[in-house]
Design a protein around this ligand. Structure first.
Ligand code: ATP
Ligand code: MG
Length: 560
């Protein structure tokens, strides 16, 4: 990742500098008021988390306010389900909005302000078709042409606009446009459309309206109505800022201290698709198990995967806020969850691909409870009792019949330590007569070698983990990899092709009995395998399902 963009918590970003200056100059008195304005047309993703942490973070730092505003001016794509999920996600991240609004609350006011603009001669009704409007607009190198309807009188414009509202005209037959400058080098300033006719049911206003305001008009005015001071958005809107300011300048009587728009670089992550449009396609085409599939970069997907709000906030803090674009390594996000869970969660034993071991010289029917620290790096987490008995499971990959030289785990005639327990030695390999598959190992143990007794008689090179066969809890474990291979995530138009390794389901795993009855959303470190979380949808007390949040190690080191 780009180290220039990494900021420590104490250094101030360029937005904070702007706010500091404004406070110094009393531009908005001593007020700081931001907003987070999602369009309710999909679930929030980790990119939105960056914007949420930024806007709500400013509220916290300056003891200001931050609104949640649903930007619901487009009736076609929006749904109540999305509104609810967005509220849940913002709260889960640990933020609370001051006021909750919908841009659709302002339809009446937006309409009134549009009439004011018409009366000032700053807006006109245009009868060009959408295609003609496009043709008249010109290009980056050529100026546009004035619409033949541009010089309509104020009276005619008012009359037509009122009749547009009354539903007298067909969809697409007329629009309201701002009267600015068809020769402006900025295409956004070439008499942009403010209102279009749409006979669509809106999820809140139902059929009350058949004209709907465009984002570029609705957004600055909504900000101004809410007394926002700093309207923070992503860089794509930089070229729209002159238009944002134009509307508020023309409505200066209504809004004497207009908000200002500030742009920052949107988050892009390696291996990650981050557009709602593409994420929705994955969901609709059933390529994933819904918006909260644990592989999705949505907040709900990360939550289900086992990410904590703290880890996501820490991630957003570390990536910082800058004006230049840069892609962040997804390994940083993984680093943040590992760091968060390291001292918080118990470290337990699990066997994902089991091979049975019978310890032939251990008394049948005997069970021994070994006292084990819950987290070696955090003694405050106390200890637990782990049962040990004659039959155990070990990881299939921890045994090799014909090992290469440097294999220090179990092999015929060799000795290893069972973590927290005894040395065992492999005496016999039992195979399936027909298939030749190894089905069981017979081992002996040495009672002298119990962990914690200070045994120093001899050394073994390897330590392997295990669970008692009679006590272990059977479970399903889901291992995840990136949803996309790197170049797939970046491609714009191609069909999206998932990483075929992105989900691996292991149905016959055994976990030590301390996980018995684990509630959905419980997190653990499984020795050697990583951090895991019981799935919030599919895990029940009788059938535990674990998601791997992240594996244990990575070569990744963040720049400090
Ligand atoms: P998408 O392109 O994924 O649909 P969007 O910008 O259309 O995203 P909105 O619901 O309009 O989504 O966004 C709400 C807020 O979140 C906006 O202020 C937007 O700038 C911000 N946002 C969206 N994506 C990112 C991102 N990747 N990084 C930072 N902020 C983002
Ligand atoms: Mg948007």
């Amino acid at each position: 990742m780009d180290s220039k963009n990494e900021k420590t918590t104490t250094s101030r970003n360029f937005i904070q500098h702007i706010i500091d200056k404004d406070l110094e100059n009393n531009v908005y008195g001593q007020r700081v008021h931001t907003r987070f304005p999602p369009e309710p047309n999909g679930y929030l993703h980790i990119g939105h988390a960056k914007s949420i942490c930024l806007n709500f973070g400013i509220k916290e730092q300056y003891k200001g306010k931050c609104n949640l505003r649903f930007d619901d001016t487009n009736p076609i794509k929006e749904e109540v389900e999305y509104v609810e999920s967005i509220k849940e996600d913002v709260r889960w991240l640990g933020f609370e909005w001051d006021d909750l609004y919908y841009a659709s609350n302002y339809f009446e006011k937006l309409y009134e302000y549009a009439e004011i603009l018409i009366k000032k001669g700053k807006a006109f009704v245009c009868d060009l078709s959408p295609e003609e409007i496009r043709n008249y607009r010109g290009t980056l190198t050529e100026p546009g042409k004035n619409s033949p309807y541009r010089e309509r009188s104020v009276e005619e414009n008012l009359d037509l606009f009122r009749r547009m509202r009354a539903g007298e005209f067909k969809e697409g037959s007329r629009v309201l446009r701002a009267k600015i400058d068809m020769a402006s080098p900025n295409l956004n300033m070439r008499d942009p459309v403010m209102y279009r006719i749409m006979f669509a049911d809106h999820h809140r206003t139902k059929d009350a309206w058949c004209i709907y305001p465009m984002y570029d008009y609705a957004h600055p005015v909504s900000d101004a109505i809410e007394n926002i001071t700093h309207s923070i958005c992503t860089l794509e809107f930089e070229d729209h800022r002159p238009l944002y300011n134009w509307f508020l300048q023309e409505l200066k009587e209504e809004f004497p201290t207009p908000p200002q728009q500030i742009e920052f670089a949107r988050l892009e992550l390696t291996h990650t698709v981050m557009s709602k449009r593409k994420l929705r396609k994955l969901v609709e085409d059933r390529m994933v198990d819904g918006w909260d599939d644990p592989r999705m970069p949505t907040i709900s997907g990360l939550r289900r995967r086992g990410y904590t709000p703290e880890s996501i906030r820490e991630f957003c803090d570390r990536i910082g806020v800058a004006k230049n674009k840069s892609e962040v390594d997804v390994a940083l996000l993984e680093y943040c969850i590992r760091e968060d869970l390291k001292l918080k969660e118990p470290r337990i034993m699990s066997v994902l691909n089991p091979l049975k071991v019978v310890i032939t010289n251990y008394p049948e029917g005997e069970v021994e409870y070994l006292e084990v620290e819950n987290n070696q790096e955090n003694p405050e987490m106390g200890t637990r009792q782990v049962p040990f008995a004659r039959e155990i499971y070990i990881e299939r990959e921890d045994f090799m019949e014909n090992p290469p030289k440097k294999f220090f785990r179990l092999s015929p005639g060799k000795e290893v330590r069972l973590k927290n327990a005894y040395f065992i030695k492999c005496e016999e390999v039992i195979k399936d007569e027909k298939t030749g598959e190894i089905i069981e190992l017979h081992c002996t143990y040495d009672p002298e070698t119990k962990s914690g007794t200070g045994f120093t008689g001899r050394k073994v090179k390897g330590t392997i983990h295990w669970v008692s066969a009679a006590h272990a809890i059977p479970a399903e474990v889901r291992l995840y990899d990136y949803l996309f291979l790197e170049d797939e995530a970046e491609s714009e138009d191609k069909e999206m092709t998932l990483n075929p390794q992105s989900l691996k389901v292991l149905k016959k795993c055994y976990i030590e009995p301390s996980v018995k009855g684990a509630k959905p959303g419980s997190r653990y470190q499984f020795f050697r395998h990583g951090y895991f979380c019981t799935d919030s949808k599919d895990s029940t007390e009788d059938h535990l399902v674990f998601n791997r949040i992240v594996s244990l190690r990575s070569s990744y080191k963040p720049n400090k």
